[in-house]
Design a protein around this ligand. Structure first.
Ligand code: ZN
Length: 252
Protein backbone atom coordinates (compact mmCIF):
# COMPACT_ATOMS: atom_id res chain seq x y z
CA UNK A 1 0.00 0.00 0.00
CA UNK A 2 1.54 3.30 -1.09
CA UNK A 3 0.75 5.96 1.51
CA UNK A 4 2.21 8.84 -0.57
CA UNK A 5 -0.26 11.68 -0.83
CA UNK A 6 -2.57 10.36 1.86
CA UNK A 7 -3.29 12.21 5.09
CA UNK A 8 -3.38 10.84 8.62
CA UNK A 9 -5.27 13.04 11.09
CA UNK A 10 -4.68 12.32 14.77
CA UNK A 11 -6.25 13.44 18.00
CA UNK A 12 -4.80 12.26 21.30
CA UNK A 13 -3.48 8.98 19.85
CA UNK A 14 -6.61 8.29 17.79
CA UNK A 15 -6.69 8.30 13.98
CA UNK A 16 -9.57 9.75 11.97
CA UNK A 17 -10.98 6.96 9.81
CA UNK A 18 -13.93 6.48 7.50
CA UNK A 19 -16.87 5.27 9.57
CA UNK A 20 -17.35 1.52 9.55
CA UNK A 21 -13.72 0.64 8.86
CA UNK A 22 -10.12 1.58 9.50
CA UNK A 23 -9.37 3.48 6.28
CA UNK A 24 -7.75 6.89 7.01
CA UNK A 25 -10.28 9.66 6.41
CA UNK A 26 -8.06 12.15 4.55
CA UNK A 27 -8.04 15.90 4.09
CA UNK A 28 -11.69 16.28 3.08
CA UNK A 29 -12.59 16.00 6.77
CA UNK A 30 -10.29 18.86 7.79
CA UNK A 31 -12.59 21.86 7.09
CA UNK A 32 -15.27 20.47 9.40
CA UNK A 33 -12.68 19.62 12.06
CA UNK A 34 -11.20 23.11 11.91
CA UNK A 35 -14.54 24.65 12.84
CA UNK A 36 -14.10 23.42 16.40
CA UNK A 37 -10.45 22.37 16.70
CA UNK A 38 -6.97 23.75 16.15
CA UNK A 39 -4.37 22.11 13.94
CA UNK A 40 -1.47 21.57 16.37
CA UNK A 41 1.05 20.26 13.87
CA UNK A 42 1.17 19.13 10.26
CA UNK A 43 4.16 17.72 8.41
CA UNK A 44 5.20 15.32 5.67
CA UNK A 45 6.25 11.90 6.96
CA UNK A 46 9.36 10.90 5.10
CA UNK A 47 10.09 8.74 3.24
CA UNK A 48 6.48 7.54 3.03
CA UNK A 49 5.30 10.89 1.64
CA UNK A 50 2.03 11.08 3.57
CA UNK A 51 0.97 14.02 5.71
CA UNK A 52 0.50 13.68 9.48
CA UNK A 53 -1.76 16.24 11.13
CA UNK A 54 -2.53 16.56 14.82
CA UNK A 55 -5.64 18.37 16.01
CA UNK A 56 -6.60 19.64 19.43
CA UNK A 57 -9.37 18.41 21.71
CA UNK A 58 -10.58 14.95 22.59
CA UNK A 59 -11.36 12.09 20.19
CA UNK A 60 -15.11 12.41 20.70
CA UNK A 61 -17.27 14.05 18.02
CA UNK A 62 -16.03 13.21 14.51
CA UNK A 63 -16.93 14.82 11.17
CA UNK A 64 -19.82 13.31 9.17
CA UNK A 65 -18.97 9.87 7.83
CA UNK A 66 -15.89 9.57 10.02
CA UNK A 67 -14.90 8.08 13.35
CA UNK A 68 -11.89 8.18 15.68
CA UNK A 69 -10.09 4.83 15.89
CA UNK A 70 -7.34 3.81 18.27
CA UNK A 71 -4.10 3.38 16.33
CA UNK A 72 -3.68 0.16 18.34
CA UNK A 73 -6.83 -1.10 16.64
CA UNK A 74 -5.09 -0.77 13.26
CA UNK A 75 -2.12 -2.70 14.65
CA UNK A 76 -4.39 -5.42 16.05
CA UNK A 77 -6.32 -5.71 12.78
CA UNK A 78 -3.04 -5.88 10.81
CA UNK A 79 -4.31 -2.99 8.69
CA UNK A 80 -2.09 -2.14 5.70
CA UNK A 81 -2.02 1.40 7.14
CA UNK A 82 -0.82 0.31 10.58
CA UNK A 83 2.93 0.74 10.05
CA UNK A 84 2.57 4.20 8.48
CA UNK A 85 0.07 5.28 11.13
CA UNK A 86 2.47 4.18 13.88
CA UNK A 87 5.37 6.03 12.31
CA UNK A 88 3.28 9.16 11.77
CA UNK A 89 1.93 9.07 15.32
CA UNK A 90 5.38 8.39 16.79
CA UNK A 91 6.83 11.38 14.95
CA UNK A 92 3.86 13.55 15.91
CA UNK A 93 4.31 12.62 19.58
CA UNK A 94 8.05 13.27 19.38
CA UNK A 95 7.59 16.67 17.73
CA UNK A 96 5.03 17.72 20.33
CA UNK A 97 7.60 17.12 23.08
CA UNK A 98 10.58 18.61 21.20
CA UNK A 99 9.56 22.12 20.30
CA UNK A 100 12.48 23.83 22.01
CA UNK A 101 16.22 23.26 22.09
CA UNK A 102 17.42 21.28 25.10
CA UNK A 103 20.77 23.06 25.00
CA UNK A 104 19.81 26.75 24.78
CA UNK A 105 16.01 26.87 24.95
CA UNK A 106 15.57 28.40 21.49
CA UNK A 107 12.78 27.23 19.19
CA UNK A 108 13.49 24.21 16.99
CA UNK A 109 12.91 24.31 13.24
CA UNK A 110 12.63 21.67 10.54
CA UNK A 111 16.00 20.28 9.57
CA UNK A 112 16.40 21.04 5.85
CA UNK A 113 17.68 17.56 4.94
CA UNK A 114 17.35 15.06 7.76
CA UNK A 115 14.37 13.73 9.68
CA UNK A 116 15.21 15.92 12.63
CA UNK A 117 14.72 19.38 14.13
CA UNK A 118 17.41 21.99 14.40
CA UNK A 119 17.98 24.97 16.68
CA UNK A 120 18.51 28.15 14.66
CA UNK A 121 20.26 29.81 17.61
CA UNK A 122 22.94 27.24 18.53
CA UNK A 123 22.80 24.61 15.78
CA UNK A 124 21.85 21.72 18.07
CA UNK A 125 20.09 18.93 16.14
CA UNK A 126 17.40 16.76 17.76
CA UNK A 127 16.67 13.38 16.18
CA UNK A 128 13.47 11.41 16.80
CA UNK A 129 13.93 9.31 19.91
CA UNK A 130 12.17 6.37 21.51
CA UNK A 131 12.21 4.95 25.02
CA UNK A 132 13.44 1.33 25.03
CA UNK A 133 11.44 -1.02 27.23
CA UNK A 134 11.67 -4.77 27.74
CA UNK A 135 8.74 -7.15 28.00
CA UNK A 136 9.31 -10.75 29.01
CA UNK A 137 7.66 -14.15 28.96
CA UNK A 138 8.91 -15.86 32.12
CA UNK A 139 8.53 -19.65 32.06
CA UNK A 140 8.57 -22.16 34.89
CA UNK A 141 7.90 -25.86 34.40
CA UNK A 142 5.60 -25.30 31.43
CA UNK A 143 3.75 -22.38 32.98
CA UNK A 144 4.07 -18.67 32.23
CA UNK A 145 4.06 -15.70 34.57
CA UNK A 146 1.34 -13.11 34.00
CA UNK A 147 0.50 -10.13 36.15
CA UNK A 148 -2.17 -7.53 36.67
CA UNK A 149 -0.72 -4.03 36.77
CA UNK A 150 -1.82 -1.31 39.16
CA UNK A 151 -1.76 1.37 36.45
CA UNK A 152 -3.60 -0.63 33.80
CA UNK A 153 -6.97 -2.24 33.13
CA UNK A 154 -7.73 -4.16 36.35
CA UNK A 155 -8.83 -7.38 34.64
CA UNK A 156 -5.96 -7.54 32.12
CA UNK A 157 -3.19 -10.08 32.69
CA UNK A 158 0.04 -9.53 30.82
CA UNK A 159 3.80 -10.04 30.82
CA UNK A 160 6.14 -8.11 33.07
CA UNK A 161 7.70 -5.09 31.39
CA UNK A 162 9.74 -2.05 32.22
CA UNK A 163 11.91 0.73 30.88
CA UNK A 164 15.60 0.21 30.27
CA UNK A 165 17.77 2.28 32.57
CA UNK A 166 20.87 4.18 31.55
CA UNK A 167 23.92 1.95 31.78
CA UNK A 168 22.23 -1.46 31.65
CA UNK A 169 21.89 -3.97 28.84
CA UNK A 170 18.49 -5.20 27.70
CA UNK A 171 19.19 -8.55 29.37
CA UNK A 172 20.20 -6.79 32.62
CA UNK A 173 16.92 -4.90 32.44
CA UNK A 174 14.92 -8.13 32.09
CA UNK A 175 16.60 -9.62 35.17
CA UNK A 176 16.21 -6.43 37.20
CA UNK A 177 12.56 -5.80 36.30
CA UNK A 178 11.51 -9.37 37.08
CA UNK A 179 13.39 -9.30 40.36
CA UNK A 180 11.98 -5.89 41.37
CA UNK A 181 8.38 -6.53 40.39
CA UNK A 182 7.96 -10.24 41.13
CA UNK A 183 10.84 -11.07 43.50
CA UNK A 184 12.25 -13.96 41.46
CA UNK A 185 15.51 -14.57 39.63
CA UNK A 186 15.54 -15.58 35.96
CA UNK A 187 18.20 -16.80 33.57
CA UNK A 188 18.46 -17.97 29.96
CA UNK A 189 17.22 -14.56 28.77
CA UNK A 190 16.63 -14.75 25.02
CA UNK A 191 15.59 -12.15 22.49
CA UNK A 192 12.31 -12.79 20.71
CA UNK A 193 11.50 -9.65 18.70
CA UNK A 194 10.72 -5.97 18.87
CA UNK A 195 7.95 -3.55 18.07
CA UNK A 196 7.67 0.21 17.84
CA UNK A 197 4.83 1.17 20.18
CA UNK A 198 4.03 4.89 19.75
CA UNK A 199 1.79 5.23 22.85
CA UNK A 200 3.57 7.57 23.25
CA UNK A 201 7.13 6.54 22.34
CA UNK A 202 8.23 3.06 23.35
CA UNK A 203 10.43 0.57 21.56
CA UNK A 204 9.21 -2.70 23.04
CA UNK A 205 11.87 -5.40 23.03
CA UNK A 206 10.46 -8.86 23.70
CA UNK A 207 12.31 -11.63 25.55
CA UNK A 208 11.70 -15.01 27.04
CA UNK A 209 13.42 -16.08 30.24
CA UNK A 210 13.43 -19.09 32.57
CA UNK A 211 12.64 -18.98 36.26
CA UNK A 212 15.79 -19.72 38.20
CA UNK A 213 14.93 -19.29 41.87
CA UNK A 214 12.67 -17.59 44.39
CA UNK A 215 8.99 -17.34 45.28
CA UNK A 216 6.66 -14.68 43.87
CA UNK A 217 6.80 -11.55 46.00
CA UNK A 218 5.03 -8.63 44.35
CA UNK A 219 5.98 -4.98 44.26
CA UNK A 220 2.65 -3.46 45.35
CA UNK A 221 3.17 -0.11 43.58
CA UNK A 222 3.47 -1.96 40.25
CA UNK A 223 1.49 -5.20 40.44
CA UNK A 224 -1.85 -6.00 42.00
CA UNK A 225 -1.47 -9.73 41.30
CA UNK A 226 0.84 -12.19 39.54
CA UNK A 227 0.46 -15.92 38.99
CA UNK A 228 1.76 -18.84 36.96
CA UNK A 229 -0.64 -19.86 34.20
CA UNK A 230 -0.96 -22.92 32.05
CA UNK A 231 -0.71 -21.72 28.39
CA UNK A 232 -3.84 -23.77 27.62
CA UNK A 233 -5.87 -21.96 30.29
CA UNK A 234 -5.18 -18.25 29.98
CA UNK A 235 -7.00 -15.33 31.63
CA UNK A 236 -7.95 -12.07 29.87
CA UNK A 237 -4.79 -11.00 27.99
CA UNK A 238 -3.87 -8.10 25.64
CA UNK A 239 -5.26 -8.27 22.10
CA UNK A 240 -3.41 -9.50 18.99
CA UNK A 241 -0.92 -7.10 17.47
CA UNK A 242 0.92 -6.40 20.71
CA UNK A 243 4.27 -7.85 21.71
CA UNK A 244 2.60 -9.15 24.88
CA UNK A 245 0.15 -11.22 22.83
CA UNK A 246 2.97 -12.62 20.72
CA UNK A 247 5.01 -13.57 23.79
CA UNK A 248 2.07 -15.12 25.61
CA UNK A 249 1.24 -17.19 22.53
CA UNK A 250 4.60 -18.88 22.43
CA UNK A 251 7.02 -16.07 21.85
CA UNK A 252 7.84 -17.15 18.30
ZN1 ZN B 1 19.89 25.76 20.84
Amino acid sequence: MDPAGSTFIFCDGFLLVRAGGLEPAGTEALPELEQTRKVLDSFVVRPQGCVATGVSGAPDAAPAGCAWARVRALVGAESPHAATACRALGLLNWRAMHRFCGACGGPLEEHPVEIARKCAACGHVDYPSMAPAVIVRVEKEGQILLARHVQRIPDLWTCLAGYVEVGESLEDCVRREVKEEAGIDVDDVRYVGSQHWPFPNQMMVGFRARWKSGELKLQPEELSDARWFDPADLPNIPPPGSMAWRLIHGGG
